[in-house]
Design a protein around this ligand. Structure first.
Ligand code: SAM
Length: 252
């Protein structure tokens, strides 16, 4: 199955370098997904290809006009029998997470609307199936958000990472942060790789990794633990780590 992603943007050229390189470039070459950036100005009708206008009620900056956006969606939707799932980027949207990436990775066709200026006329949001925010900060435009979201989705598509890599163990995939990783040399500037990773004992390595992932999650992102699926033994281990952490905090 070939997944299709499209962006509507006033700066479509900004996507080229990112989507042309590395894993994303190769996955497109292998036909796993396609990415097309449409220029919103193609759906304007004046000499200056105007996509923005001043906000009613006054205020700083300009807003994206509804008409080019509606016309762009009409044309893009009609170009394929597959009805697109529509995502608008806005700081007021739902925070983007790995769970959202997993959900979106099941959609065969997604069109992303990238805002610019002070944002988008509210009426255009009636086209959206979903509004997404990258985080609690304000970017200049939705293009970066689109690259982030498509990148995170593509990693989850079957075959996109190649046989040798897997997204299964990565941070957030099981509700935990990923364990620490090391490569050669085994000793560098007095810092040694944990012995167990050099042992060749796959059972012990897997247990160490799981414990390390649990420890890191407790220390760095305890909020994630609510979503994690843990065995009874692991719950006990986590509780002990949390208690130690509380004790250390009280002492400092
Ligand atoms: N005035 C808007 C506000 O305060 O919510 C911000 C507009 S921002 C300068 C222009 C565009 O960048 C937005 O329409 C959106 O597409 C994109 N953008 C900015 N920050 C974003 C974020 N945190 N997540 C997703 N998109 C964002």
């Amino acid at each position: 199955m070939r997944y299709s992603y499209e962006a509507i943007s006033v700066f479509p050229e900004v996507f080229d370098a990112y989507f042309g390189s590395s894993i994303l470039g190769k996955a497109q070459d292998r036909g796993i997904f396609s990415f097309t950036a449409h220029n919103l100005r193609d759906w304007t009708h004046d000499r200056h290809k105007t996509v923005d206008d001043a906000p009613f009620g006054g205020g700083a900056g300009m807003l994206m006009k509804p008409a080019p956006i509606f016309e762009a969606f009409d044309a893009i939707s009609a170009a394929s029998n597959e009805k697109p799932y529509v995502v608008f980027f806005t700081p007021t949207g739902t925070p983007f997470t790995q769970q959202v990436a997993e959900r979106l990775s099941k959609k065969p066709r997604i069109v992303f609307m990238c805002g610019r200026y002070e944002g988008i006329d509210q009426r255009a949001y009636s086209l959206a199936d979903e509004e997404l925010s990258l985080g609690d900060y304000v970017l200049t435009g939705g293009e970066l958000a689109c690259m982030v979201v498509v990148d995170a989705i593509v990693r989850l598509l079957p075959g996109a990472l190649g046989d040798e890599m897997s997204a299964q163990d990565e941070s957030f995939s099981a509700g935990l942060l990923e364990y620490e990783q090391y490569t050669r040399p085994s000793s560098y500037r007095g810092m040694n790789v944990p012995e167990v990773l050099l042992s060749g004992n796959h059972g012990k390595i897997a247990s160490w990794r799981r414990a390390n992932a649990l420890e890191r999650t407790v220390l760095r992102r305890p909020d994630l633990l609510e979503q994690a699926t843990l065995s009874k033994e692991e719950e006990l281990f986590v509780q002990q780590l949390l208690n130690t952490r509380i004790k250390e905090n009280d002492e400092s």
